[in-house]
Design a protein. Structure first.
Length: 574
């Protein structure tokens, strides 16, 4: 049933004959607005994460204006609301520390202002889950517009992928195979436009997840940021946001259990980022839906890996766009998805992807001849990770997926940076590098330190991968045999805190095991000697974060923001 103007949430601000509404209307006139601009029209809040320190989002000021054009076209009233940007490449110690901050800001911007619906502008790694989490909690009609991937990098005629090739050639430089001059040339050519990483990194992973969830217009997640189609997407999203308000189509109507699992399945089939796991868990918590590491692993085992993108494959996001985009990927996956789920355009996922074709078969493989018979991520458990850990085995060395070796332990990032290249470090290619104090509390914020660099002396011997274990995350652009998100983290005294140099660690990815081969009595003795490190932030947001953040296996959201069994209605605040 189509809503009436008097049903609009913004009518409580502008349409009531009382003193409060007089104040709202008079202040609107103070800004040069007239009742004709907003009276009886859906007010669409454009949550914009633009920042001059976020190269992924530097074009979102322009896109906001294009969204406004669509809102005006559809008879709505657009208002732009700036929010924290979370620029992955610039912000320290990690944007993950502030994901929940942006989620709360999104929710409160929507709740405290006269918004009837939202257009969410973001794309850089943590902005996507944060905006979705906030929109889910506010539960106003919402549509997400991804920032889009940047153009392909170039160096001496070779295509460069952001992140993935940085790691690759940095190792070659440390090994003495790349000159300073060549390194400088790569710096000039690897990031050629605004937009997010053009590999299958976290930004691309989460944008595609949002589309699989049904929270974007069809095809939105793979349009390159500088492409003219991206401008048209912004305007179309503005128009659709107005229609969603009249239809009262809200995130919780779209983000069902089946839609959530569609997103998980799609990410596994695309070789998506390990970061997706912690965000999926947080989103499920906001929705009050059941999802855990065991279910994610089960879904991954059921999904063949069909997307040939770096770091698990060869191509880049721009190639995927020319190959048919994410709609074509979803169409290939359609026998394994729930196609009856409604999306933001009011149509089902099946209707949106029907007829989408793959134009470059080497980019998007078939279900019958995939790159791998199962999805890109695996969840591990064992005596070293009682509550779980994550590995992107599609981007790991196959010969290391079953491995037992002695630990080389670094107590924190600074310890690793100080000792890694020490010629006397007793490390071999069979060693297992262990980094602690890098989890949600220890980092703090679980920084992307999980792809630990290899010791220089091993690089010079030709070694390019080793088993590496931490309670950190790693960039979605990263690769290698890196076990991440170990829970409980070392800061809380989990088994990772008790590992010592020389301890044998067993990794068995096919059987999903990660074990510390030390007897229980010895571990109990070490536990009795263990002293918990201090929390870094004694005040402000960092203090609040430390008091309430959950562990990686629960999504690292704040414990008081998880959905309860009963949805609390929005209060009538006057």
């Amino acid at each position: 049933m189509r809503r009436k103007p008097e049903d609009l949430r913004s009518n409580r601000w502008f349409g009531v004959d009382d003193l409060r509404s007089f104040g709202h209307r008079s202040r609107a006139k103070q800004m040069g607005l007239s009742p004709e601009d907003y009276a009886g029209k859906p007010v669409i809040g454009i949550i914009n994460t633009w920042s001059e320190l976020n190269p992924c989002h530097i074009h979102l000021r322009t896109r906001a204006e294009e969204v406004k054009r669509g809102v005006w076209q559809a008879g709505g009233f657009p208002v732009e609301l700036p929010a924290m940007s979370l620029g992955e490449t610039m912000q320290k110690p990690t944007t993950m520390l502030y994901r929940n901050f942006l989620a709360m800001e999104t929710e409160e911007l929507a709740r405290s202002n006269p918004c009837d619906g939202l257009v969410l502008l973001g794309g850089c790694d943590k902005t996507v889950p944060a905006l979705l989490m906030g929109a889910i909690s506010a539960n106003l009609p919402s549509i997400f517009v991804p920032a889009g991937p940047m153009l392909r990098g170039n160096w001496k005629g070779q295509q460069l992928g952001s992140g993935s090739d940085v790691w690759k050639y940095w190792a070659e430089k440390r090994a003495g195979n790349i000159s300073e001059s060549e390194w400088g040339e790569m710096e000039d050519g690897i990031a050629r436009s605004f937009g997010t990483c053009m590999t299958m990194g976290t930004a691309s992973t989460l944008a595609m997840s949002a589309e699989a969830f049904g929270m974007t217009l069809p095809g939105a997640s793979t349009i390159p940021a500088p492409d003219a189609s991206h401008s048209r997407l912004a305007t179309a999203s503005g128009r659709r946001a107005v229609e969603m308000v009249w239809e009262d189509l809200k995130p919780r109507d779209i983000m069902t259990q089946a839609a959530l699992e569609n997103g998980v399945r799609a990410v596994m089939a695309c070789g998506g980022s390990t970061n997706a796991v912690v965000h999926f868990l947080a989103i499920a918590g906001r929705l009050g839906l059941p999802l855990d590491l065991e279910r994610i692993d089960q879904l991954s085992r059921e999904m063949p890996l069909i997307l040939n993108l770096r770091p698990s494959g060869d191509y880049l996001m721009e190639d995927l766009y020319y190959a048919g985009g994410f709609k074509a990927v979803l169409n290939r996956l359609s026998p394994l998805l729930d196609l009856d789920q409604v999306t933001v355009n009011g149509k089902t996922l099946g209707e949106n992807i029907k007829g989408a074709e793959v134009h470059i078969p080497d980019v998007v493989k078939t279900l019958e001849e995939p790159m791998s018979p199962e999805g890109g991520l695996a969840m591990l458990k064992g005596t070293l990770a009682p509550n779980g850990a994550v590995i992107k085995h599609s981007a790991a060395s196959p010969e290391l997926l079953t491995h037992t070796g002695p630990a080389i332990v670094f107590n924190d990032y600074n310890d690793m940076a100080k000792r890694l290249d020490d010629p006397d470090l007793p490390v071999t290619k069979d060693s297992v590098l262990v980094l602690r104090q890098a989890g949600p509390l220890g980092g703090p914020g679980m920084p992307e330190w999980g792809m630990m660099p290899l010791p220089k002396k091993l690089l010079q011997q030709g070694v390019r991968d080793m088993v590496r274990i931490s309670d950190a995350r790693m960039s979605g652009t990263s690769y290698g045999t890196c076990i991440l998100h170990v829970a409980p983290e070392s800061h809380l005294g989990g088994p990772l805190a008790l590992v010592r140099d020389g301890d044998l660690i067993e990794l068995d990815v096919p059987n999903r095991k990660l074990n510390l081969l030390v007897d229980e009595a010895e571990l109990n003795r070490r536990k009795g000697e263990w002293v918990q490190p201090k929390v870094i932030y004694p005040r402000g947001y960092g203090w609040m974060y430390a008091q309430h953040v959950t562990q990686a296996d629960k999504g690292c959201d704040f414990d008081y923001l998880h959905e309860t069994e009963e949805q609390i209605p929005e209060p009538e605040i006057h």
